[in-house]
Design a protein around this ligand. Structure first.
Ligand SMILES: NC(=O)c1ccc[n+]([C@@H]2O[C@H](COP(=O)([O-])OP(=O)(O)OC[C@H]3O[C@@H](n4cnc5c(N)ncnc54)[C@H](OP(=O)(O)O)[C@@H]3O)[C@@H](O)[C@H]2O)c1
Length: 243
């Protein structure tokens, strides 16, 4: 199995994991649309990789009221877009034992970037993905800290845990169509690209790498089992009520 998508929008591609993924995709022959706030990084990436393979679409995802316009502009310019990768994220430390050090505006911004905006981006792009004749994908970067919290960044883990829960249900909601939208989740530690790429190409939907893999393997099979059981039970109950 090989990576089957033709054009990928990567939101959060100006550095780190998103930039590494964009590089990997271009090397694979996949067209990419790269996004993020730092225009100079987007432009450098195009210079290094060629404007025939890469487009840039600068955007700040905290501009929640502009997300629909961002999506409709990207879709109008790229009707062949078949994969959206929501990778943007920030991590900020907070110590609630010293409340005077806790800046709630920064906390709210972290929650918006890591959770609220990704959910709104999903809503904005799903209709386009559902309309495609072929398999499409909506992918998110969460973290092993979505499953096991880290002491210094309580809000980061909580925001990624929220996104992780959202992804689990979104995947189930997409299963029966319309369209054929795969929902992917990448849970990376820092050293991740080659292993993640192998798992993406193997068709995996929950892609955990390195130390994240041990954590996911320890917790997620049981969570998935309980989730499937509860979903079946509740679906049965709802059917009975609707009779
Ligand atoms: N590195 C790790 O060890 C690790 C582990 C687990 C999970 N993660 C997750 O992996 C993802 C990428 O992280 P990274 O380590 O590669 O960090 P990074 O180099 O700081 O990349 C973060 C990306 O998010 C973008 N971003 C941040 N705020 C944004 C905003 N308001 N609007 C649009 N884009 C925004 C940044 O672009 P601009 O600054 O140009 O806007 C940048 O492209 C994040 O979701 C992170 O939580 C990372």
């Amino acid at each position: 199995m090989t990576f089957s998508y033709e054009k990928v929008l990567i939101i959060g591609a100006t550095s780190g994991i998103g930039k590494a993924l964009a590089t990997k995709l271009v090397q694979n022959g996949t067209k990419v649309i790269i996004s993020g706030r730092r225009k100079e990084n987007l432009e450098t990436f195009i210079q290094d990789n060629g404007s025939d393979k890469v487009q840039a679409k600068p955007f700040d995802i905290t501009q929640l009221d502009q997300i629909n316009k961002f999506a409709s502009d990207v879709i109008a310019e790229n009707p062949d877009l078949d994969c959206i990768f929501v990778n943007a994220g920030i991590q900020r430390p907070f110590d609630f034992s010293k409340t005077d050090t806790v800046d709630l505006d920064i906390l709210d911004q972290e929650l918006v970037i890591n959770y609220t905006a990704p959910v709104r981006i999903a809503k904005a792009f799903i209709p386009h993905l559902q309309r495609q004749e072929k398999q499409t994908a909506l992918a998110f970067t969460t973290s092993q800290l979505a499953i096991i919290p880290m002491l210094r960044c309580p809000n980061y883990g909580a925001s990624k845990a929220a996104l992780h829960h959202f992804i689990i249900t979104l995947r189930t909601q997409m299963q029966n169509g319309p369209g054929n939208v795969k929902v992917l989740e990448i849970l990376p530690p820092a050293e991740f690209m080659d292993d993640a790429w192998a798992q993406i190409n193997a068709g995996d939907e929950q892609i955990a790498v390195g130390s994240a893999k041990d954590i996911v393997d320890a917790v997620e099979p049981k969570r998935n089992e309980l989730y499937q059981h509860m979903t079946q039970m509740l679906t049965g109950l709802i059917k009975q009520f609707l009779k």
